[in-house]
Design a protein around this ligand. Sequence first.
Ligand code: NAD
Ligand code: TYD
Length: 343
Amino acid sequence: MRLFITGGAGFIGSNFIRHVLSAHPDWQVVNLDALTYAGNLGNLEDVSSDGRYRFRKGDITRPEDVKACLDPQPDAIVNFAAESHVDRSIEDASSFVRTNVMGTQVLLEAARRHKVDRFLQVSTDEVYGSLGPSGAFREDSPLQPNSPYAASKAGADLLVRSYQETFKLDTVITRCSNNYGPYQFPEKLIPLMLLNALDDKELPVYGDGLYTRDWIHVDDHCRALVQALVKGRSGAVYNIGAEQEEKNIDIVKRILDEVDKPRSLIRFVKDRPGHDRRYAIDARRARTELDWNPQVDFAQGLRQTIDWYRNNPSWVDQVRSGEYQNYYRRMYDQRDQTLSTLE
Ligand code: NAD
Ligand code: TYD
């Protein structure tokens, strides 16, 4: 199988490429990535000299960059490329609309014109909006995105659907819950909190900390994506999740305990506007139709992730230099009036 992957230098894309090359010796991968702040070739150092892998720097919103990856013809396109962070989308949504919506349309058009056999759109549970205290998102739950990030991903999903219906392009959409694991950029909850804890810096918990996310290890997500690619029904949507709901404050406490740091590092800070209260995934369709089950135990996966960040200080130094420092000051200075600490 010849795969054309976009956004493969980011967190999930790089884990996916590594997984595919080790699990499928006869598969080949072309990776198109614009190398934004979130894209990092250091995530792929170990596969960069593999003859089955090729990197091309380019932007999915530019048809000529996309076209350059279609010769030789791929069997499938897997679209990871996106602006992916909710807080940044609140600051400025324009790049989210450009990459997530317009970029997806450029890829769909290329897939249609070049008669690519399958288009896999890597989407998110955030398109469904927020849940109350009970229940879980199903594939037929209404799309009610609340952040500009979620809205741009929902827009992309609807374009994918339209290309299936109108042009009979073979598509599959996966909607996964919150991922964690190695190589995640430390703007997201788990790596941000664990790196701050290791440095004895404050851990900024938004609002009351009782917001709930459903966590899945990135390796389990990658295995589900391969199954969706190979076994997914044409036109289907698959929710991906591991039934691991956690309140943010409990994750933060776990991390502090794991690295043996005091809970006095926790700071409750100004909340995110439009903050979704709870996500939970019903992944029964993926489990039955894709013959997939999550395998990574959360406590073990979290420990392994913490160890990875501890054991890779040069990766950490590189991603936290430059832009990250500006981002952190910009984002967290405005939340700086600490609401309370933990009694
Ligand atoms: P990430 O931010 O770590 O990586 C995104 C990658 O896309 C980067 O390498 C970046 O350089 C690249 N990119 C951005 N704009 C581009 C453009 N215009 N052209 C080409 N490349 C571009 O994101 P991630 O966490 O790895 O997420 C990957 C995908 O999975 C996204 O589509 C995201 O919506 C989806 N997703 C993420 C999660 C999660 O928990 N992280 C959960 C569900 C779904
Ligand atoms: P995040 O990793 O940004 O993922 P998403 O918003 O896409 O689910 O955030 C996960 C949860 O953690 C979310 O409820 C917001 C919260 N959070 C904090 O409390 N403090 C932080 O510094 C960050 C980055 C997130």
